[in-house]
Design a protein around this ligand. Structure first.
Ligand SMILES: NC(=O)c1ccc[n+]([C@@H]2O[C@H](COP(=O)([O-])OP(=O)(O)OC[C@H]3O[C@@H](n4cnc5c(N)ncnc54)[C@H](O)[C@@H]3O)[C@@H](O)[C@H]2O)c1
Length: 357
């Protein structure tokens, strides 16, 4: 039986993960898709209680025994330097070498697309964000801190290996999924050393995928084009920082953070542990109000099913989510009046209807 580590985390994390677990339980009971669930008490509460962030033995056991991790969100104002969040998130991303952060940007209904004259058909692409290096690698420092002469530096780390494997992963995904276009985005006109490497590697890798149209846009132009005409994009590959930003823009094109899901994996080793998480954070202002949208988590469960070999369950769940959105049974972020658990109730009702049809 496949084992899943569950890390509800902080803020609304536990609220949305509870809904994800209800859905997993439905698939266990009705479809026989059984996972061994391993609940982990990690996050701000634990850190404030006893200083624990991401113990080595937990990391080692996830690595050796889990097929996936389902994570809610991390971030709590009581831990202002994000120490626990950094240790846990980076501990998994870097520690398990989960270099491909894949974020599907797909509008499930027309009403979710905020652009005039555009429909769901126009918003359907996938972003491959490099997840282990770039400016998030943590290389840098501060000099003369607090003085008027202070200097603060973060280095942008781009390795040949790191750049090549994420670009290859994007092309391989396009080939596997019948997508015909891959776009690479950088800022090589300004970041002439680091991003010129992306240019060179992209030019080489594309030769191995002659059937796929390869193109390039600077990140600023990409942001503009995504709003002007998102239908031109199928697969986008970019670095850690730009991927972080452009996927929030993508979320806005497809219904907002309440619907954005992600998976981080190492495509070179498909059997290794994968990290599934909603893109949103811990949304402290929503905690306890029962208004957090659980659908980003349920869509992360869809990705989990897809990646762990249960494609028909993924489709079944996505269809139920789509039906729920079409019926406007949504939380307030999408204009509805349903509570967090009522949205899941609506999804589960559709799953039951679908299975009795
Ligand atoms: N991967 C992660 O765990 C992650 C990602 C982003 C931010 N964070 C952390 O989360 C904390 C809050 O950050 P933030 O406010 O910038 O980002 P956030 O994603 O928590 O919230 C941004 C906005 O989106 C809304 N929102 C987010 N998720 C929602 C949901 N499920 N349903 C309805 N509305 C939702 C919130 O109300 C808020 O207005 C910070 O500590 C930050 O560091 C963590």
């Amino acid at each position: 039986m496949k084992k899943l580590a569950i890390i509800p985390g902080d803020g609304i994390g536990p609220e949305v993960i509870a809904e994800g677990l209800r859905v997993l339980d439905w698939f266990r009971q009705r479809r026989g898709i059984e996972f061994e669930l391993w609940q982990l008490d990690l996050g701000a509460e634990r850190y404030l209680r006893d200083g624990t962030t991401f113990p080595d033995e937990v990391r080692d056991e996830i690595w050796s025994s889990c097929a996936g991790v389902l994570l809610g969100a991390l971030g709590d104002a009581r831990v202002p330097d994000f120490e626990h969040a950094r240790q846990i998130l980076f501990g998994m991303r870097m520690g398990f070498d989960l270099y491909a952060n894949v974020r599907p940007i797909r509008a499930l209904t027309d009403a979710l697309v905020p652009l005039r004259g555009r429909s769901a058909r126009d918003v359907d692409f996938v972003v491959f964000r490099e997840n282990t290096e770039g400016i998030y690698a943590g290389v840098g420092g501060q000099l003369r801190r607090g003085s008027p002469d202070e200097i603060a530096i973060n280095e942008d780390i781009n390795t040949r290996k790191g750049v090549e494997r994420i670009i290859r992963a994007a092309f391989a995904y396009a080939r596997r999924h019948g997508r015909t276009r891959v776009l690479m985005s950088d800022k090589s006109n300004a970041m002439r050393h680091a991003h010129e490497l992306w240019q060179r590697v992209f030019a080489l890798v594309r030769l191995d995928y002659p059937e796929i149209e390869a193109s390039h846009l600077y990140i600023d132009a990409l942001c503009l084009e995504l709003v002007r005409d998102p239908s031109q994009f199928q697969v986008i590959v970019t670095n850690n920082l730009f991927g972080d930003i452009v996927t929030d823009l993508g979320a806005a094109l497809s219904g907002g953070l309440g619907l954005a899901a992600s998976v981080s994996s190492n495509p070179d080793y498909p059997q290794r542990v994968k990290l599934f998480e909603p893109v949103h954070g811990s949304a402290p202002k929503l905690v306890g109000l029962a208004t957090a949208n659980p659908l980003a988590t349920l869509l992360s469960v869809c990705l989990l099913f897809e990646e762990l070999g249960f494609a028909s369950a993924a489709l079944e769940l996505e269809t139920a989510i789509k039906g729920t959105l079409e019926a406007h049974e949504t939380t307030p972020d999408l204009g509805g009046t349903s509570s967090t658990s009522q949205v899941t109730d609506a999804v589960l009702a559709r799953l039951r209807q679908g299975s009795s049809a």
